[in-house]
Write a new protein. Structure first.
Length: 102
């Protein structure tokens, strides 16, 4: 994603491995970052309201190997130019993207 001009960091780079989901959510809020994750717990809009983040993308894929996830992520870049991410939750499944938010 960085090659497309996005300032992307991982939880590993942020030294957040093993931290609670709420802590990761808090860091994303503070740093004004969108969160991209395979952790479906973040799809719970009552616990993690998308209108409190600069975007939330939750992958719900049948395959989670790195090449497949990266190929899906590259396809999302096309959608990003046409659909808002800020204050929205994107649920990314095999073959479709559902967008929730204001």
């Amino acid at each position: 994603m960085e090659e497309n001009g996005h300032d992307a960091v991982t939880v590993f780079q942020q030294q957040l491995c093993g931290e609670a989901d709420s802590r990761i959510f808090e860091v994303c809020q503070r740093e004004k970052r969108a969160l991209v994750t395979l952790d479906t717990d973040f799809a719970d809009i009552k616990t993690y309201p998308p209108n409190e983040l600069f975007g939330l993308i939750v992958f719900r894929l049948k395959r989670q190997d790195k090449p497949y996830v990266l190929s899906i992520a590259r396809n999302l870049l096309k959608i990003l130019s046409n659909e808002p991410l800020d204050l929205h939750l994107w649920i990314v499944e095999d073959g479709r993207v559902r967008i929730r938010g204001e």
